[in-house]
Design a protein around this ligand. Structure first.
Ligand code: FES
Length: 481
């Protein structure tokens, strides 16, 4: 019998056809045969991912800049209703039932579809196309977990746009950024409404964006960069310690030592990791640092002014931050009066070329894009010079953020390209912390600079006020007035 006409087409022509297909149809094509499966995993077909929309039948695949930016109120309300319904159902469901699709509630089945889609992407798609992915929009997702975000970020090292608006993610989602240079291409980070985010995420972000100061002091770094393929980036797994335990026999004599695996609590990321390790027989311990057991190092120069606050909550956050930074020898706040010699770099102009607003040079030139032809893969990513190209950062409603987080961002050369900064609803930041960050953000556009109306901070006459006054569902010190 004659060969089917599609099998006669060369792969580059088939790829052109594939560009017109929705993600759902692409996945169906990937099930036809091995060569179509490989072709459907071409990196350029998966540059911009919108799992929340896709799970609801909206298959937009263009760049986020071309999208109508703000979803309308009705869409947001539908997602919130779905999230509530799913949460109630999930709490009531047995383990077995939770795997079955709910037939009765379209809201619950939409979230279930989204969850399946996310798991499928993480397991089957991103290990191949991850380095080609530039944008991931997970705004208003009820299904995404910190563990999923952590896996996604490990598999997509060249992201420029990440939107996690109004999701339930915690600091552990950004563990992979703790290694220097892990998110050097990131230009747009929206964490609006992520109430569990704290200073730790900002510290990891600052580390992941790279260090302009260190790069400046090593001018020959470029020539020393290793050539050749980068090692594959594997999802992070908790580190374990092996310990010998001597068990006492009933007669009172010590028996032969036996080995046990002990999960390092510093590496334990979230409850899902704990469950996984418990399932595998590990002795998982809780994450975090019991406050009474930890001796905090005294801040340089005695009690830091950053730790004085009207609110008790700030003290708690500050203590937690110190606890987490201290072991790494980074227990400093970056605030010039209390950290002599450790003040954030204020002369950004000396570290990088002056920014040109709206200019093409603002855009990150990502690593050379390669098509993932069958057998070649798209794993290779070039190591890049640190550029700290973040242009938009929204922490609206992230009320746990304090001056310590802002100063972590100000270190390593500041944010020389930052134009848009939203700190509405960040209740614990002060004028001093804002000033330290803003002083290393020369491109900041006051029109897109939002912070609490009650702070008489930098650019007070020209900056925009708090955006959460009328919001109703994001933190604001004046909500209810
Ligand atoms: Fe103070 Fe909104 S956080 S006015």
């Amino acid at each position: 019998s004659p060969a089917p006409p599609f099998s006669l087409l060369p792969p580059e022509v088939l790829l052109k056809v594939f560009r017109y297909l929705s993600p759902e149809d692409l996945c169906r094509c990937g099930q036809v045969c091995t060569s179509w499966s490989d072709l459907a995993k071409t990196g350029s077909l998966w540059k911009h991912l919108y799992p929340v929309r896709w799970a609801r039948g909206d298959y937009y695949r263009g760049p986020p800049d071309d999208l109508d930016q703000e979803p309308d109120d009705e869409w947001v309300k539908s997602r919130e209703d779905e999230g509530r319904a799913y949460q109630e159902w999930d709490e009531d469901a047995d383990i077995d039932e939770s795997e079955e699709e709910s037939k009765d509630s379209p809201a619950i089945s939409a979230v279930q579809r989204e969850k399946r889609l996310l798991n499928g992407m993480i397991q089957n798609l991103l290990p191949t196309v991850g380095p080609s992915v530039r944008s991931i929009v997970l705004a208003y997702s009820s299904a995404v977990s910190s563990k999923m975000v952590r896996q996604i970020l490990s598999l997509c090292p060249n992201l420029t746009h990440l939107d996690l608006t109004q999701t339930d993610v915690t600091d552990s989602a950004f563990d992979s950024w703790a290694s220097l240079g892990a998110c050097r291409t990131l230009e747009h980070l929206d964490l609006s409404g992520c109430e569990k985010i704290s200073d730790l995420t900002l510290k990891r972000l600052s580390q992941g964006l790279g260090d302009l100061v260190a790069a400046k002091s090593r001018p020959d770094q470029r020539t020393k960069l290793p050539r050749g393929p980068a090692p594959p980036i594997a999802p992070r797994s908790p580190r374990v310690r092996q310990a010998l335990v001597f068990r006492r026999r009933p007669g009172g004599r010590a028996g032969a030592p036996s080995r046990v695996w002990v999960l390092d609590p510093a590496e334990l990321a979230d409850i899902e990791d704990a469950a996984e390790w418990r399932h595998r027989g590990g002795a998982a311990e809780g994450r975090g640092f019991p406050e009474t057991d930890v001796q905090l190092p005294a801040p340089p120069g005695g009690m830091c002014c950053c730790r004085r606050s009207r609110r008790r909550g700030l003290r708690t956050n500050a203590a937690s931050y110190w606890q987490q930074l201290a072991p790494a020898g980074e227990a400093r706040c970056g605030h010039s009066p209390c950290c002599a010699g450790e003040a954030p770099q204020r002369t950004v102009g000396a570290l990088c070329e002056p920014p040109v607003k709206g200019g093409a040079e603002f855009r990150t030139k990502g690593p050379e894009e390669r098509e993932c032809w069958p057998g070649t893969g798209a794993r290779r990513t070039e190591r890049q010079e640190p550029r700290r190209v973040l242009r938009l950062l929204s922490l609206s409603g992230c009320y746990q953020v304090t001056d310590l987080g802002l100063r972590a961002l100000a270190q390593r050369g500041g944010l020389p390209r930052l134009e848009h900064l939203n700190l509405s609803g960040c209740l614990f930041i002060t004028e001093a912390g804002l000033q330290d960050l803003v002083s290393v953000c020369p491109a900041l556009n006051d029109e897109h600079f939002y912070y609490c109306d009650n702070i008489n901070g930098p650019h007070a006459d020209t900056a925009s006020g708090c955006q959460n006054l009328q919001c109703g569902f994001r933190a604001c010190c004046r909500s209810g007035e």
